[in-house]
Write a protein that binds this ligand. Structure first.
Ligand code: CDP
Length: 220
């Protein structure tokens, strides 16, 4: 079984997908972590695209998919805890717009989904990477609500942030992700849209679980 969730940052994709994965007994795949892994490599190379492309060809970046964590490694050393730094977040949509990077991430995602039942979340999963997924969802929420959520999340972590900057980053990534030439953020025609602005976390998790039950034969 393959379930995909797409949508903009802060709409609740990861937390919802993780909870659904746990309850449905499937693995969780975070496609953003892969784009963030490439972005970390780009940052390590001074944000210089030609150096970055040389390093990509060395295949030093690798990924592992645990039940609920998508992990990144550079030359075998785990860098998962560096993927959500402010610098990576600021650059990720630029790196994710590069066709070479998208090709590599898509291949890694397809490979990961071959061997497991999973729920994967991202921007172009229902439209480009997994057009034949068993179920597709598109999560959205008002920008103000998304900025508040993300701000709260970041404040709980190590790096300081101010609400206006968080909101600006979300708007700038929304713009880049929606308008890029390759695989833009877009709702698949057959995706079920859930606006999470006013739903509770339990409600959105249950909406997805209900749809999964509809396509899963009853076990007696
Ligand atoms: O967690 P958050 O919503 O902040 O972002 P993410 O899921 O970690 O994704 C980070 C960035 O990667 C997005 O803003 C996109 O630019 C890119 N991305 C993408 O282009 N396609 C995907 N399937 C997933 C992420």
């Amino acid at each position: 079984m393959l379930i995909v969730i797409d949508g903009p940052a802060g709409a609740g994709k990861s937390s919802t997908a993780k909870a659904v994965a746990r309850k449905a007994g499937v693995d969780y795949i975070d496609s953003g972590a892969l784009y963030r892994g490439f972005t970390l490599l780009y940052v390590h190379n001074g944000q210089n695209k030609s150096k970055f492309f040389d390093v990509i060809d060395e295949e030093i970046l690798s990924f592992e998919f645990d039940r609920d964590t998508s992990k990144a490694f550079i030359r075998g050393e785990e860098v998962t805890d560096k993927l959500r730094s402010e610098e990576v977040t600021r650059n990720v949509s630029t790196v994710a717009a590069l066709p070479e990077v998208r090709r590599k991430v898509s291949a890694a995602l397809k490979n990961a989904a071959l061997s497991r039942n999973c729920i994967a979340e991202g921007r172009d999963l229902g439209t480009v990477v997994f057009p034949d997924a068993d179920l597709k969802f598109f999560l959205t929420a008002d920008i103000q609500e998304r900025a508040l959520r993300r701000h709260k999340e970041i404040r709980a972590g190590a790096e300081p942030a101010n609400l206006e900057q968080v909101k600006e980053n979300l708007l700038s990534r929304d713009h880049q992700d929606t308008n890029r030439a390759v695989d833009p953020l877009k709702k698949a025609d057959d995706a079920i849209e859930i606006d999470t602005t006013r739903t509770t976390f339990e409600e959105q998790v249950n909406m997805i679980l209900t749809e999964i039950q509809k396509i899963t034969p009853h076990k007696h």
